[in-house]
Design a protein around this ligand. Sequence first.
Ligand code: SF4
Ligand code: SF4
Length: 386
Amino acid sequence: MSALVDVGLIDDVKRFGAADVSACFSCGQCTAMCPLSSNDGTFPRRLIRYAQVGMKDALLSSKELWTCFYCGECSDTCPTQADPGGFMAAARRYAIASYDKTRLAKTMYTKPVLGTLIALVLAAFFALFMYREHGPQHASALKLFDFIPEPLIHYTGVAVMALVGLAGLAGILSAARSIAKKEGLSLGSVVGRGAGKAWWSALWTESLGQKRYRSDCQTAQEASPWYRKRWLIHAMTMWGFLGLFAATIIDYGLALIHVKPTGAEVPIWYPVRLLGTLAGLALIYGTTMLIVDRLRKANRSASDSTFADWLLLTLLWITGVTGFGIELALYLPHAPAWGYWVFLVHVSIAMELMLLLPFTKFAHAIYRPVALFFVARGKEKEAGPG
Ligand code: SF4
Ligand code: SF4
């Protein structure tokens, strides 16, 4: 086991947005406040200690890094302004960048000017790439796939997904290996006996169902009306994105099995269209609220916005709004010409969003369930057989 000390660790994490945690004297106040630390008397200050003494491997392999929801309760009561919640968020960014071998995540997190340039170039590239092959814009009816050919979108999407899969898988494997090793589990335990139950808990109960975010971390949200609860806004964003993704895949699936061609006219209540509409509304609501909260610095986690936060939110919001714009254009009595341009923007930004997923904050949506899986496996191990 590597026990090398990285003396620059604390400064490295600071580059990802952490406050100066060198002031932390391990008083334990954050541990007392944290709603997640009931079974662990050292969370989150143990991770701060790792950064202070340069234990990089220990920090990167900590499953606890991914259990924190950044409610900020610990930061509000820290006597030294070390901002432990902010440290946890920065350490997660640092971990995502460390697991990413392409180093693109590090650029997106730490170099906002270059990151902006990359984002603009990518958007322009996809738009020009699609537009290069464009067909006619019919005025009588909105024939979107006559304008941008469906096979071009399909094969570009497949290529993007393959790149994302390769980059994402490399990072996830690296994270899973180090967390499993620290927990005394083998990587094979991801498919072994009892794995199904642990995956269910990690993926459904904790991640998609947000059980602890809704219950344990709710103290910071008590004063908000239900439609402003942070867990709900987070859930709307996540479910909205997944719903749109599912609607796109199902639409292609229906074309493959000859139920209906992609882009065929369907009524608004057609199940896939309905799924896309509801998911789009959820995504627009969730991302708009997240943007408003960040602009207003409405809570602790919304007051520390990095370029990567804004980039992800902007791409998600544009994807949702342009998707809705396309739908509106499709059902208007006279096909508006702007519908074609909104479609081009939608497809280009959606491609960019997918391509950047492993390199933005969205990556934590993958790392968190992996870490939570090992949390569940660790508990099973502690409980022993029977
Ligand atoms: S981060 Fe703050 S509250 Fe937590 S142990 Fe350090 S000094 Fe105490
Ligand atoms: S931000 Fe909230 S969940 Fe995270 S360590 Fe602090 S108190 Fe715990």
